[in-house]
Write a protein that binds this ligand. Structure first.
Ligand SMILES: C[S@@+](CC[C@H](N)C(=O)[O-])C[C@H]1O[C@@H](n2cnc3c(N)ncnc32)[C@H](O)[C@@H]1O
Length: 251
């Protein structure tokens, strides 16, 4: 059984201060706080910045951004009800600066230039591989602001799943790309200036450790079963295929 204390990783000192069970119950995939800490190494935030957290899920990253960086967060999500997120933000004591919003990524109701930064952890892949998406999103960020995403991806581009992953491969994995693919995707003239596109360090090992903890400690049968399958898939892969690209650009 995973000792929950082992999930307080020295590599993520800010995340380590958060209750591992709060993270297990609130995350909807790989630990979003670890990915966010990695992402923010390349994306400077200032106290008071207005940040769009796009695809925030149950809002772990939104709470973290408000508490750790003193920013205002517009916590936007499609599948999770904002009323449920409001309860979590109130419990976390950040409801005065984290605003829960039901939003579809292609139909944002904000003013152009409103945000200092737009951030998305484990969600941008659902809509952002479309060539037309970044040109839609970027104008909501002020000139000189930042867009940063952390997404599940691959080490080299995959067209046909490798044989050892055939039984695990899902149609959705078609949106998994390399960090270099994302760099090219965002580098079209007139869009944004890409500052970095790199793989999160140790992300697949961390994903396995996190999934194992969720398989053992997850609250629902669904979470435990999905997490167990993820561990099996990662063991079959043995580090050959998956990665977590982190991409940061300036508008
Ligand atoms: C895998 S979950 C990750 C949630 C959260 N960021 C986390 O890491 O726990 C992906 C999230 O993306 C959101 N999402 C997917 N498609 C979206 C869209 N078109 N517009 C807004 N949000 C979307 C879903 O609502 C979901 O909460």
């Amino acid at each position: 059984m995973t000792d929950l204390a082992s999930l307080r990783l020295p590599a993520y000192p800010r995340s380590a201060a958060y209750d591992p069970m709060w993270m297990i119950e609130g995350c909807m995939g790989p630990n979003p706080l670890w990915l966010l800490e990695d992402l923010l190494a390349d994306l400077p935030l200032r106290t008071g910045d207005r940040v769009l957290d796009l695809g925030c899920g149950q809002g772990l990253t939104s709470v973290f951004l408000a508490r750790e960086y003193g920013v205002q967060v517009f916590a936007c999500d499609l599948w999770v009800k904002p009323t449920d997120n409001l309860r979590r933000f109130t419990e976390a004591g950040v409801d005065d600066r984290v605003f829960p919003i039901h939003a579809e990524a292609h139909d944002l109701k904000f003013a152009k230039g409103y945000f200092d930064a737009a951030i998305s952890v484990d969600a941008y892949q659902y809509f952002g591989t479309d060539d037309l998406y970044l040109p839609y999103l970027a104008p909501f960020v002020r000139k000189g602001g930042y867009i940063g995403v952390a997404v599940p991806g691959v080490r080299t581009e995959v067209v046909t799943p490798p044989p050892w992953l055939e039984r695990y491969w899902e149609h959705d994995f078609a949106v998994f790309h390399t960090a270099e693919w994302w760099r090219t995707h965002w580098s079209r003239p007139g869009q944004v200036t890409v500052l970095s596109a790199r793989e999160a360090p140790n992300a697949v090992e961390n994903w396995r450790a996190w999934s194992l903890a969720c398989a053992e400690h997850g609250k629902t049968e669904f979470v435990r079963r999905m997490s167990t399958e993820t561990v099996e898939m990662l063991d079959a892969d043995a580090g050959r295929t998956f990665a977590f690209p982190l991409v940061v650009a300036r508008t």
